[in-house]
Design a protein around this ligand. Structure first.
Ligand SMILES: NC(=O)c1ccc[n+]([C@@H]2O[C@H](COP(=O)([O-])OP(=O)(O)OC[C@H]3O[C@@H](n4cnc5c(N)ncnc54)[C@H](O)[C@@H]3O)[C@@H](O)[C@H]2O)c1
Length: 261
């Protein structure tokens, strides 16, 4: 349980859902974790401490540059450096639908949180991550959360969300290329549907659930820990020759043309 020993990891959106499970998993592996979220994450910090790990909470709105800058500063001041940035915060808004019906407000808000939020995280973390890479002699790692919908059109439309995740994927490749020789790796993590508060509100009845399940060859939704383990691989030195890639964890969705009963 030492795959992130001595590493400092800042995780956005870590107060709930995939970010929270990721924070607990990273801490189990020895990372010092910065839980950065708009919502209170002190219970995550307490849970990590109770399990023998180390974490701190900082209030952070990823769309607000000063707030993101403050979160990075908090990481460096509290734990002495920054090796991993897990840009996990993201939203899928209730009225995000097809291109004709989706409001521009919904599009804009989605892009602000899901794309600008990732860019601001990178903007303020990268200078510190480069310093920490030099000091530790091991590349720092950015993990940007996209989605399987960055790779294929979804039958159940959420056009703003899909556009935002495509942007995250493209931005990740470029960041990876720019810093490939400077001790910084960047990869995208692309989950399929996972039962978290984000998805639960869209799957309120059996008909909605089955509409999605029919596309998943493995016949079930993913578990948050299955995404956290992928993030851990990308964050740790086990993926040391991997940059600019997209790790798709989706129960087979993106490999299937049709799915068996
Ligand atoms: N759940 C899925 O099926 C699924 C699938 C593919 C990708 N994803 C992606 O995984 C990531 C996490 O999703 P989740 O399912 O855990 O969502 P969630 O809604 O359960 O949690 C998201 C967290 O982000 C925080 N957040 C929202 N806006 C923020 C902001 N402006 N600043 C800081 N924090 C903010 C929320 O407070 C919350 O704690 C998102 O990027 C999402 O798009 C989720």
């Amino acid at each position: 349980m030492t795959r992130l020993a001595g590493r400092v990891a800042l995780i956005t959106g870590a107060s709930s859902g995939l970010g929270r499970v990721g924070a607990e998993r990273f801490a189990q592996e020895g990372a010092k974790v910065v839980v950065a979220d708009m919502a209170d994450g002190n219970d995550v910090v307490e849970a990590i401490a109770a399990a023998g790990g180390e974490a701190t909470f900082v209030a952070c709105d990823v769309t607000d540059e000063a707030s993101v800058q403050n979160a990075v500063q908090h990481a460096v001041e509290t734990f002495g450096g920054l090796h991993v940035l897990y840009n996990n915060a993201g939203v899928m808004l209730g009225d995000d639908d097809n291109p004709v019906t989706t409001s521009i407000e919904t599009y804009q808000k989605t892009m602000d949180i899901n794309v600008l939020g990732v860019l601001l995280g990178c903007k303020h973390a990268i200078p510190e991550m480069l310093k920490s890479a030099e000091q530790s002699g091991q590349a720092s790692s950015i993990v940007n959360v996209a989605s399987f919908v960055a790779h294929m059109g979804a039958a159940t439309p959420q056009i703003a969300y899909t556009a935002s995740k495509g942007a995250v994927l493209a931005m990740t490749r470029e960041i990876a290329t720019i810093y490939a020789r400077q001790g910084l790796r960047a990869n995208a993590l692309c989950p399929g549907p996972i039962m978290t508060p984000l998805l639960a509100k869209f799957l309120s009845d059996d008909a909605k659930r089955n509409r999605r399940l029919v596309h998943i060859p493995m016949g079930r939704f993913g578990e948050p820990i299955e995404i956290a383990n992928g993030a851990l691989f990308l964050a740790s030195n086990e993926s040391s020759w991997m940059t600019g890639q997209s790790l798709i964890i989706d129960g087979g969705i993106t490999s299937a043309y049709v799915t068996p009963e």
